[in-house]
Ligand binder design. Structure first.
Ligand code: ATP
Length: 584
């Protein structure tokens, strides 16, 4: 792992938030304002409703009336301080109620069965149809004009927004395997919701809370401006309304509460945006290149090249956004080189980054993957940053691929032959008749007993071993320079595995193609590879000729993997080629 990625993984969320200048400034401003609000009893010279008729419309700077007096002779400065607290309490009540109602509804509606979901959907849809601010005004006789009761009701009106966010997130994660695993391991629904599901929705909830706090303050001020509710309560809205009436007499009366209200609501909205960037990882902006592959770092197109190598991977890094949005590097500083006609085994335990390395070469990483740096040069051409069309032209012609699960790579709706012919024609523009002849000849060459029958069969009519032979035939049909085989024998039984490896080895000799063989099995590597690269936790830990690595493995991890050959079913009954080479 690079130092940068390491650091970003360990950094706690709150540290990442305050490192964002927008978040730091808005949090600082809001903290200062609300702290001053909390200190009101100590610093306010007058009560919020203390009126002195001699101070009516007193100018700014009048002794004891720092910001002057309002139309009733009340101290504007003191009223501003009290209004900060009214705003804070409004935000607190509105947001808390919305979160409790919305999050609970979303968790329940998303997680439990269809009937529960219908009830929650119906309830929140009903809440959404209620006429917002108008309802708050209509309910004044019920709330008694108390802004706290009004904000309590407003919380319910805000809840559907939270409900939708949470419900959608929960629907997305509830069928994940780790949630199933938690269920199977006996965890109750409440524990699963609390531990596995709530952690996913935490980020979006925090972001929404910032926006909701802003809208609660804005609505409370709006109602007070309209004169709805108790006139005893100091609030920005009431002060703006009073200042508005006096606009031509004392314009500053209008300015102070408007300014403070603007700073508070704008800070909350900007804070929400900054939280979204940090928690949902909308930074850094990645450039979308290649077949869905995104590169954030400049690739080294002008770096030194090895003229004898067909494929040179240098310092490759691949990352995925983690749960907290920070990039999590799954491949780091990978260097590989493959000469024409060479067979390189990429070995390592599950999750070590083999497939990601192979997929980046094929240009088929998932769209959420980001290439953080490095270079992949094939036949003298840089692949990172190639556009979709150029990459698609290379795939299936100069670079071919054999997958782990042969059956899932054949479309059940089409006959085997038509799929192979289509692929070959896309890569070579060969006439249909010639393509068909080549495919049948290749099916024969790949050990299929009745090639015409297999050509006409649907995928479900052939066995797994045959399907893998079909895919190998399809992969080599365009005579690629490089064949990438990702665990090509793992899904097959042991006898078929050996036959497929024999076939791959023979085809590799006949066609002189280079092969990048991805596997976790050293037995397979020993059978076919000239060179070996061992991957562990996203990095290459050992790389060299097969004889050297089998004869004198340097890395402890390689020794451990080699030891495990003895524990696995032998792929072949005769000793592996590389081992024989060492022994003799
Ligand atoms: N779409 C994805 N989102 C996030 N992480 C991913 C994604 N795909 C793969 N990874 C992570 O990348 C790491 C490397 O995966 P990779 O598939 O390359 O492993 P592998 O060595 O090929 O293992 P296996 O043989 O099990 O496929 C793993 O930790 C995996 O969790």
């Amino acid at each position: 792992m690079t130092a940068g990625a390491d650091a970003s993984q360990r950094t706690p969320t709150w540290k990442k938030v305050i490192r964002d200048p927008q978040a730091a400034i808005t949090i600082g401003l809001l903290a200062a304002i609300f702290l001053i609000g909390a200190l009101t009893p100590l610093i306010a010279p007058h009560g919020p409703n203390d009126a002195d008729l001699s101070m009516v419309n007193a100018p700014v700077g009048t002794s004891g009336y720092l910001l002057g007096g309002d139309e009733s002779g009340r101290d504007i400065f003191s009223r501003l301080l009290h209004s900060i607290n009214t705003a804070a309490i409004s935000a607190l009540i509105g947001t808390t109620v919305a979160l409790i109602v919305g999050v609970t509804g979303g968790l329940v509606g998303g997680y439990f069965n269809r009937a529960t979901q219908s009830i929650t959907e119906w309830t929140f849809a009903l809440l959404m149809t209620l006429p917002g601010v108008l309802l708050l005004i209509i309910l004044m006789p019920v709330t008694g004009g108390d802004y706290r009761a009004t904000m309590f009701v407003f919380g319910f009106l805000l809840a559907p927004g939270i409900y939708r966010i949470v419900r959608n997130l929960v629907l997305g994660v509830k069928n994940e395997l780790y949630v199933d695993a938690a269920r199977v391991s006996g965890l109750g629904n409440v524990r699963i919701l609390g531990r596995h599901v709530l952690s996913i929705v935490r980020g979006p909830i925090i972001i929404a809370a910032a926006f909701m706090a802003g809208s609660a303050i804005a609505v409370q001020s709006g109602l007070a401006f309209l004169g709805v509710g108790s006139t005893e309560i100091p609030s920005f809205g009431a002060m703006i309304s009073s200042g508005f009436r006096n606009l031509y007499v004392a314009p500053a009366q209008f300015l102070w509460p408007s300014l403070l209200l603007g700073v508070i609501t704008a800070s909350l909205v900007l804070l929400g945006n900054a939280l979204r960037d940090t928690l949902e990882g909308s930074k850094p902006k990645a450039k979308k290149v290649g077949a869905g592959q995104r590169v954030v770092a400049d690739v080294e197109r002008d770096g030194p090249t090895d003229p004898d190598a067909l494929l040179v991977i240098r310092d490759l890094g691949i990352a995925y956004p983690g749960v907290d949005g920070a990039p999590n590097e799954v491949v780091r500083g990978v260097n590989l080189s493959l000469a024409p006609g060479d067979v390189l085994g990429l070995v390592g335990e599950s999750g070590s980054g083999k497939t990601q390395t192979a997929f980046s070469t094929l240009g088929v990483l998932p769209s959420e993957a980001v290439i953080t740096g490095g270079s992949i040069r094939f036949d003298g051409r840089e692949l990172l940053g190639l556009d979709d069309t150029s990459m698609a032209a290379l795939r299936g012609s100069a670079i071919a691929y054999i997958p782990q699960e042969p059956m899932s790579n054949l479309d059940p709706s089409f006959r085997v032959g038509s799929q192979l012919v289509e692929g070959l024609r896309a890569a070579t523009s060969m006439p249909r008749k010639d393509a068909k002849a080549r495919v049948i000849a290749l099916l024969d060459r790949c050990g299929i007993v009745d090639p015409q029958r297999t050509f006409d069969a649907y995928p479900h009519e052939i066995s797994g071993g045959m399907a893998q032979r079909v895919l190998i035939a399809g992969a080599v049909a365009s005579r690629p320079k490089l064949l990438i085989a990702d665990e090509p024998t793992t899904a097959l039984d042991v006898t078929v595995q050996a036959e497929i490896l024999d076939l791959l080895r023979d085809l590799q000799h006949e066609l002189g193609m280079a092969v990048l063989l991805v596997t976790h099995n050293f037995g397979v590597v020993a059978d076919i590879c000239d060179r070996i690269a061992v991957m562990k936790e996203g990095e290459i830990v050992e790389n060299g000729a097969a004889e050297e690595i089998f004869g004198a493995p340097r890395h402890e991890y390689t020794r451990m993997l080699l030891g495990s050959i003895l524990d696995e079913d032998a792929v072949r009954t005769d000793p592996p080629a590389a081992v024989k080479g060492v022994a003799s």
